[in-house]
Ligand binder design. Structure first.
Ligand code: GAL
Length: 608
């Protein structure tokens, strides 16, 4: 996908205002049969749709990945695709690795703060089951601060008398309800509410939690004067990894983004999610602020390591229905953990409907785990992400302002789709908007959003040997500098960028990137070989250090050691074995990524 700045926003001809469309009732996920076409402009010739796909018959050469209209994807078909995630299709989407998709559940803090007890937790467990939240994917029931009161003389943590049956019994009852159980602690000497912290007791506390059957531990950062997050969080992760017998416990890093854990935590395998900002508050402004901190960090998150803009405030009384849908949609676009923060026992039907909307959950839980990137600052802002189904993209238009509606345009070329007609579905309106060519133009109301699913076609990789610099990409994410085609990413001005240089040799072709960088291309099972020469660009500052990774579908096929300025470049030559997608990642090897200029020189694919 391509990113544009709002100042460059073109006035496009042939815009279509989508105001009416056919209704598409009763479908939880994008309809397996295409919704009816509403009359729209710029009709492209139907030859843009492959002849076999869409004829209603699932033929031998088709699969649910390439032709979901003809061959609907189903749990148990061996493919983990859009709409399928561990809580829904465990047979296709294995739970291992832990937090392969963003954790979903409930936490006591936003609504109840310290006012928690055993009765509330049991009633909440019951409400999660009764309301359908559990079956929609919300599985963790997490206690926040104030459940602990003291330590026994031997150092064992003691629960507050408001939990008279004890944590082991509570965890058992939560598990009996088909849920997972989480607790909270703090890396400092005390929790933020001045209950006993875990400093000096890390391994002991993790062992105690494990003996209770805990599945999730949130570790806060109060009372940590003089301590380093980079040193203290690994102590908790090691304690989890060393548990015997093994117990998969999700470690949630909650140091409010102060040490930029997105840079160091995934490199060290520490934590499965990390807060990107301070605490969310029950207001529209706070939702926007926390989203704004996390959106630019898209390139750091992925399966097993997620940006956490904090828990949801939907259902807590301050957000309008439009704001609540925007909040939920934003979190889904960001692949954020969906940890609810409202009173589930008294939740009204409208709130429940927002929180359990299957398509929105499917976007959040998409197994490819590529968080949205911002295409436009707007207003309205435009965010987009590819999903694990050929030609499918999620797009969010957001109008943060109260004063007036704003009109926005989604240009399909920017979504990395092949030219042709796109089927556009309005997720919250639960209807098809029709088929569009080129772009769609939509109005977004004040303090509101539009969430779309756009179904088009992936561009086929050309046959023969091709440079990735000459192909369209399905997705690109970066923090500060976009990848450059056939140029180094050194220097500020892409137009004046020097050629790629590795070990004194200039490479006319390749991709110049700056960590973090994620690039995904569609292969469609048609390519068998990937080659490149990789290294830190000669023009990078001296302290640069990077790690290159290549993913064949969702499996890591190759990773470099840490390469620094002056390290010898490495040659990569990989069999692609009918892979559907290829993803290239460059990370900053645990350091600040600012100067890390790296090259995929002579990067090419051989396709049939
Ligand atoms: C904050 C944390 C909140 C909540 C609170 C409890 O530091 O960010 O999510 O856990 O502490 O005291």
């Amino acid at each position: 996908m391509r990113r544009f700045r709002s100042a460059l926003w073109p006035i496009l001809a042939g815009l279509v205002t989508a105001c009416a469309g056919s209704s598409d009732p009763g479908s939880d996920l994008p309809a397996d049969a295409p919704p009816e076409t509403s009359g729209t402009a710029d009709a492209a010739p139907d030859t843009d749709v492959p002849a076999a796909c869409g004829n209603g018959t699932c033929e031998a050469a088709e699969s649910c990945r390439s032709c979901p209209d003809d061959c609907p994807c189903r749990c148990g078909d061996g493919l983990c695709t859009f709409g399928e995630f561990p809580a829904r299709c465990p047979e296709d989407c294995p739970e291992d690795p832990l937090a392969a998709t963003p954790p979903m559940g409930w936490n006591s803090w936003n609504r109840f703060a310290c006012d928690i007890d055993e009765g509330l937790i049991l009633e909440t467990a019951e409400a999660m089951v009764r309301s359908g939240l559990r079956d929609a994917g919300y599985r963790y029931l997490n206690l926040d601060d104030c459940w602990q009161v003291d330590r026994l003389p031997d150092g064992t943590i003691l629960e507050d008398p408001r939990f008279p049956s004890g944590m082991e019994a509570l965890a058992r009852q939560v598990h009996d309800a088909g849920l997972l159980f989480g607790v909270y602690t703090c890396a400092g000497t005390m929790t933020c509410q001045q209950r006993p912290g875990s400093y000096g007791f890390e391994a002991r506390d993790i062992a105690t939690y494990a003996s209770w059957g805990v599945d999730f531990v949130k570790v806060d950062w109060c009372f940590t004067e003089g301590l380093s997050a980079r040193e203290r969080y690994p102590v908790f992760q090691r304690a989890i990894d060393d548990l015997a017998p093994r117990r998969p416990i999700v470690l949630s890093i909650c140091e409010w983004g102060k040490s930029e854990p997105w840079i160091w935590a995934p490199e060290q395998g520490v934590g499965r999610l990390w807060r990107t900002s301070g605490d969310i508050a029950n207001s529209w402004f706070s939702v926007l602020v926390n989203a704004e901190r996390a959106i630019p960090l898209a390139a750091y998150a992925g399966p097993g390591h997620w940006n956490d803009p904090d828990m949801l405030e939907v259902g807590n009384g301050a957000l309008t229905p439009d704001m609540s849908r925007a909040h939920m949609g934003l979190w889904a676009m960001m692949s954020a953990p969906l940890i609810l923060g409202n009173d589930l026992r008294t939740m009204d039907d409208d709130t429940r409907a927002i929180l359990t909307r299957p398509e929105v959950i499917a976007i959040d839980q998409d197994p490819d785990g590529l968080p949205a990137v911002r295409l436009e600052m707007g207003p309205p802002q435009v965010l987009a992400r590819p999903l694990a189904r050929d030609g499918l993209r999620a797009v969010l238009l957001l109008n943060p302002f109260a004063e007036e509606s704003h009109e926005g345009t989604v240009t399909f070329r920017d979504l990395g789709l092949a030219p042709g007609l796109m089927e556009v579905r309005d997720v919250w309106a639960d209807r098809s908007l029709g088929r569009f060519d080129g772009s769609i133009h939509l109005e977004v109301g004040p303090e509101s959003s539009r969430l779309l699913l756009v179904q088009g076609r992936e561009p086929d990789p050309p046959s023969g040997v091709w440079s990735l610099a000459d192909m369209p990409w399905r997705h690109e994410a970066f923090e500060a500098v976009a990848a450059r085609r056939n140029r180094s990413a050194s220097g500020d001005d892409p137009l004046l960028a020097p050629p790629i240089r590795l070990e004194g040799k200039t490479h006319a072709r390749g991709l110049g990137v700056r960590a973090p960088s994620v690039i995904q291309v569609h292969l469609g099972g048609r390519c068998d070989r990937f080659t490149a020469r990789v290294g830190v660009d000669d023009q990078a500052p001296g302290e640069a250090s990077v790690v290159f990774q290549v993913f064949r579908d969702r499996t890591k096929a190759w990773a470099s050691p840490v390469l620094r300025k002056g390290s010898a470049p490495l040659d990569v030559d990989l069999d692609l074995s009918d892979a559907w997608t290829l993803t290239l990642k460059v990370t900053a090897a645990g350091d600040s990524p600012k100067g890390d200029v790296a090259d995929w020189a002579d990067v090419s694919l051989r396709c049939r």
